[in-house]
Design a protein around this ligand. Structure first.
Ligand code: G6P
Length: 369
C-alpha cells in the first residue's frame, strides 16, 4: 500500500497529481496536429455519429457532472440538443426519445448498477445507438455498448473520483469536437479548439502548483459546517463537482448553485459563517458573476474566488481570498478549474482527520441498486 502511494499520503492525492499524465494518455493517438484521428469511438462510429441529431447523456455521481459539462460543449460547438440525467431517475421514467438520438453513458467503473440498467433499458426506447465513455475496458457497459471511448486514467483507488473525472472531460471534449466538425463548426475554430485541448495536460500541471496556497486556505474550513459553491455556465457543473468532493470526504455540508440563482434562496444562508467558493474564469458571464459575488460580500460572506486574472477580479474577494488559476482557454477551463477544488476538498479532509480514501458510507463502485 505505502509502496503504491509513493510520496503521497493518500491515493486521492496521488490520483490528483496523476491527472496531467492520465489526460495526456487519454488524448494520445486520438488527437493530432490536424485534429481528431478517425474512428476514435470505434470502427462503426462514422455512420452513427454522422446521423446523430441529439444526445441523451446518463450517468451517476461525478460522471454525471462530466455529462453536464459536455452538454454545454456539445450545444455550443456542435449545435445539437443534449439532455443529461442521473441514471436512477432516467431508468424509471418514460423519457421521450426524439428521432436520431444517441444514448451516451459515462462511467468510471462501467459497472454502476443504475447506469448499466439505464443503458439496457435504452435498447427498448428507440435510440440510434449507444456510446460509452468508460475507464474499465472489461466492464459490462463497455461490452454492451455500440461505440466506446476508453479513458486511460489507470486504476482509481480513492473513492472520491478525481482523475476519472478529468479524463472523462477529455473524452467528452473529443466527442464535442467530433460532432462539431460534422455539424458545420468553422475549420479555424475547430483547429483552435483541438490545439487548446492538447494543451490540457500542461494546464492541469500548472493548476497543481496551487497546492501550497490551497493548504493554507484549507485551515479555514476545519470548523465549518457548511459551504456554498458558485459558478455560471459551464462552470456550474464544476461548482457541483467541487461541492460533491467536499461533502464526500470532509463531511462538510456543501451545495452548489448557478450564481444567478443565489437570490432565489441560498442568499438567505449567507452570513460571516458561510464560506462561498466561486469558480470565476474569464468569459461572457463574468460580469454577471461579479455582481452575484458583490451580494455575497455585502452580507458579510467569506468569499474564496478562483479566477484567471481577468480585469476587475483582483479585489472581488474583499476580505476573503483570491487564487489565480491559468485556465488555458475557455474550452478547457472546466477541467482546469476542477483541480484546485479537488485539492481544497482533499486538504480540508486531511485537516479534519477523515478517512480520505475510504469515506464513511460510500463505495467506489455502486453495483447494487
Ligand atoms: C460512486 C463513486 C463515485 C462515482 C459514482 C459513479 O458513487 O463513489 O465516485 O462517481 O459511483 O460511478 P461510475 O463508476 O459509474 O463512474
Amino acid at each position: 500500500d505505502a509502496v503504491e502511494r509513493g510520496e503521497y499520503r493518500h491515493y486521492m492525492q496521488k490520483e490528483i497529481f496523476e491527472q496531467p499524465r492520465a489526460v495526456a494518455d487519454t488524448l494520445e493517438a486520438r488527437i493530432g496536429p490536424h485534429g481528431l484521428l478517425p474512428n476514435i469511438f470505434g470502427i462503426d462510429s462514422d455512420a452513427l455519429l454522422q446521423a446523430t441529431r441529439g444526445l441523451h447523456i446518463i450517468a451517476c455521481g461525478t460522471s454525471y457532472h462530466a455529462g453536464l459539462v459536455a452538454k454545454y460543449w456539445i450545444e455550443e460547438y456542435a449545435k445539437l440538443p443534449v439532455s443529461v440525467e442521473v441514471a436512477s431517475e432516467y431508468r424509471y421514467r418514460d423519457a421521450v426519445v426524439p428521432a436520431s438520438t444517441l444514448f451516451v453513458a459515462i462511467s468510471q467503473s462501467g459497472e454502476t448498477a443504475d447506469t448499466l440498467a439505464a443503458m439496457r433499458e435504452s435498447r427498448r426506447r428507440g435510440y440510434l445507438g449507444t456510446l460509452v465513455i468508460c475507464n474499465s475496458p472489461e466492464s459490462s457497459l463497455v461490452r454492451e455498448a455500440d461505440l466506446k471511448l476508453m479513458t486511460r486514467a489507470g486504476p482509481e483507488i480513492g473513492v472520491a473520483s478525481t482523475k476519472a473525472f478529468t479524463t472523462q472531460l477529455a473524452g467528452l471534449a473529443m466527442l464535442a469536437l467530433e460532432l462539431a466538425r460534422r455539424n458545420g463548426l468553422d475549420a479555424g475554430r475547430y483547429a483552435a479548439l483541438c490545439a487548446e485541448l492538447q494543451h490540457l495536460p500542461r494546464a492541469i500541471e500548472d493548476a497543481l502548483q496551487l497546492e501550497p496556497a490551497i493548504i493554507e486556505l484549507a485551515g479555514e474550513f476545519i470548523h465549518r459546517q457548511h459551504a456554498l459553491f458558485l459558478g455560471r455556465g459551464v462552470q456550474y457543473p464544476v461548482a457541483l463537482e467541487g461541492a460533491l468532493k467536499l461533502k464526500e470526504i470532509s463531511y462538510i455540508h456543501a451545495e452548489a448553485y448557478p450564481a444567478g440563482e443565489l437570490k432565489h434562496g441560498p442568499l438567505a444562508l449567507v452570513d460571516e459563517n458561510m464560506p462561498v467558493i466561486a469558480v470565476a474564469p474569464n468569459g461572457p458571464l463574468l460580469d454577471k458573476l461579479k455582481s452575484n459575488l458583490q451580494e455575497v460580500r455585502a452580507r458579510g460572506g467569506r468569499l474564496i474566488v478562483f479566477a484567471d486574472g481577468a480585469a476587475g477580479m483582483d479585489d472581488m474577494a474583499g476580505h476573503g481570498a483570491m487564487l489565480r488559476v491559468d485556465s488555458g482557454g475557455s474550452f478547457i477551463a472546466p477541467a482546469v478549474f476542477t483541480v484546485p477544488l479537488q485539492l481544497l476538498a482533499y486538504h480540508v479532509a486531511v485537516l479534519r482527520g477523515t478517512d480520505v480514501d475510504q469515506p464513511r458510507n460510500l463505495a467506489k463502485s455502486v453495483t447494487v441498486e
